[in-house]
Design a protein around this ligand. Structure first.
Ligand SMILES: [Zn+2]
Length: 314
């Protein structure tokens, strides 16, 4: 439209797209592990629904000292061109791989990771994770997944401890009588011997020494067994940290949190996990990193280790 003075006005309808969605920062992995003294890079991208790739606009605050073990938190911040800001914290674990057992000098806190009810289809993957950090653990094995039993020999060769968790783990059988307990235990002991060439003296009672399920099958049997196994030269181990991995809603994160919270509370931890659970194995690497970054030492159980007894309830 033009008026008599020649001024033109143009009515314009502008269509604006109001961007209220902040960009998303995506990392290559959920945490970063750096071996002491080595360099690191964290792979990430930043993407905004309107502005596209914003990776080059990300600002990183904080620093990880690669010369000092510890857990360092870096913050990644990015803004899109509409001013929507995203900020993400990220853990960097600077760790030192453990020395071989014969030259290990534990100074701080000790963690005995123990894995029950295996071996299973997840055990081989677990052994690879442990190798990476030279961490040795204890497997309380049974014969439920006999097709994977060869992992007992493999684990033993790598320096892990093998304990006997009975062959059947069947409460109604093993706790029906002292004789039945020993025939099941001894059968498993022979299988372990075939794998390792050693008769292990380390045991863990299915359900722990404090189990009450055994009352159903033989009242008082646990009181008898705890003395009986000791007189036969066995040493039994309960646990003082539970991963809770047999719980209904347990998952990788609950296992990680339960174990870390348990380790924080004591100087010597015997941790109960099950390598029959894939998510338990998923949590192991970050648990080890947390421990190594905080100066913990991981050891396998042996006859001279401290033990933990819950107290018999039957
Ligand atoms: Zn068990």
């Amino acid at each position: 439209m033009t008026d008599s003075n020649g001024n033109t006005s143009v009515k314009e309808r502008e269509i604006r797209y109001i961007d209220t969605t902040p960009p998303v920062i995506t990392f290559d992995s959920s945490y970063t592990a750096i071996e002491l003294g080595t360099s690191y890079s964290v792979g990430f991208t930043a993407y905004d629904i309107k502005d596209g790739d914003l990776t080059e606009h990300v600002i990183i605050t904080g620093n990880a000292d690669i010369e000092k073990i510890g857990i360092y938190t870096l913050t990644y911040i990015v803004s899109d061109f509409s001013g929507n800001i995203t900020s993400v914290e990220r853990n960097i674990y600077v760790y030192e791989k453990q020395a071989d057992l014969d030259s290990l000098k534990p100074t701080g806190k000790i963690v005995y990771l123990t894995f029950d009810d295996g071996p299973s289809s997840h055990t081989s993957r677990l052994l690879d994770i442990l190798d990476k950090y030279n961490v040795k653990v204890t497997f309380f094995v049974n014969g439920k997944n006999i097709a994977y039993f060869y992992n007992v020999g493999k684990a033993y060769q790598k320096g892990h401890s093998i304990g006997n968790h009975t062959y059947s783990h069947n409460y109604s059988k093993i706790y029906s009588s002292v004789d039945n307990f020993y025939s099941d235990l001894n059968y498993n002991g022979e299988l372990i011997y075939q794998q390792t060439g050693v008769y292990t003296k380390l045991i863990r009672f299915p359900g722990g020494s404090s189990n009450t399920v055994s009352i159903k099958y033989n009242k008082g049997i646990m009181s008898t067994l705890v003395h009986s196994v000791s007189s036969k030269g066995y040493k039994y181990f309960d646990w003082n940290v539970s991963s809770g991995d047999v719980g209904k809603n347990s998952n990788r994160n609950s296992v990680y949190n339960n174990v870390i919270n348990g380790l924080k509370k004591r100087n010597i931890s015997i941790v109960l996990q099950h390598d029959t659970k894939g998510f338990t194995v998923d949590a192991v690497e970050e648990i080890i990193l947390w421990g190594l970054a905080n100066g913990y030492t991981f050891l396998p159980l042996d006859l001279s280790s401290p033990t933990c007894h819950h107290g018999v309830k039957n």
